[in-house]
Write a protein that binds this ligand. Structure first.
Ligand code: BTN
Length: 259
């Protein structure tokens, strides 16, 4: 369907959420939805405000990487004001929301590569970026950024083709970005409310990790660790078992799965 499908009115009509996505700020093209969401959050935007773009010209990935974000993909940022105790759970929440939505809308099964990649058959279909401003125990705001390769022919993008995939390449046909965005907003709200009601999403997130039990190389800052990804802690850190039997707890890093 045409790009007009992503207009705010199309997204919010019959959305069925209480607050996530009830306000949508849409751009045909912009630098990064993260930048606009940050500005909006600093101005006190209502919780659940979603910033959506058809195309980003300076999409941001983790570790200061660029994120390729051409037309046909989903670029979405959601503004939240969570309590500080929920911050570590946001990456789990976002990952599960993406996996649930992809399966509900396309039937495709996906998995999480710690900490924030969503893979289909070992190839990256979605990246998630969480940015927050925290002062002491006060969270000014947190922004969940989700980029999904939806209707993208990877053969047109040789720079990411070996390691990435898209829903359309997997399906052999286009997928509805509108349905995916609506489902994502519903899933994020459901999981966020469940978390605040005392529910745990840790176990399901842990079960969806492709990383556990695998031999991995993890780049964390300037340090490179190697070992078996043994477990994940409730705060989201990766527990790595080295060949000498020692364990390292890694809070943030970039994982390469080894054979
Ligand atoms: C990563 O895998 O490194 C994270 C990629 C996150 C991309 C999304 S697209 C929507 C939002 N806006 C951005 O500039 N980045 C995030």
């Amino acid at each position: 369907m045409a790009e007009k499908d992503l207009l705010p009115a199309s997204i919010t009509s019959n959305l069925g959420t209480h607050f996530i996505g009830q306000r949508v700020i849409y751009y045909p093209s912009l630098t990064s939805t993260m930048a606009i969401a940050k500005q909006e959050a600093q101005l006190g935007a209502v919780e659940g405000t979603a910033v959506i773009a058809d195309e980003q010209t300076a999409g941001r990935g983790r570790i200061k990487r660029a994120w390729l974000s051409p037309k046909g993909n989903i670029a979405l940022s959601i503004i939240l004001y969570p309590s500080v105790v929920y911050l570590p759970s946001l990456i789990m929440l976002a990952s599960l929301a993406v996996i649930h939505s992809i399966e509900a809308v396309t039937g495709l099964k996906s998995q999480v590569k710690w900490p924030n990649d969503i893979l289909i058959d070992g190839k990256k279909v979605c990246g998630i970026l969480i940015e927050s401003s925290v002062r002491g125990n006060i969270v000014d705001y947190a922004i969940i950024g989700i980029g999904v390769n939806v209707n993208l022919r990877l053969s047109d993008f040789p720079e990411i083709n070996p390691t990435a995939t898209s829903l359309s390449d997997e399906l052999g046909r286009d997928a509805s970005r509108l349905s995916l965005i609506q489902r994502l907003l519903v899933e994020v709200e459901g999981l966020y409310l469940a978390l605040q009601a005392g529910g745990s999403i840790y176990q399901e997130w842990r079960d969806s990790l492709v990383t556990l039990g695998k031999r991995v190389r993890v780049k964390s800052g300037k340090i490179i660790y190697e070992g078996i990804a043994e477990s994940v802690a409730r705060d989201g850190s990766l527990i790595l078992r080295h060949s000498d039997g020692n364990l390292t707890k890694i809070v943030a890093g970039d994982v390469t799965l080894r054979n």
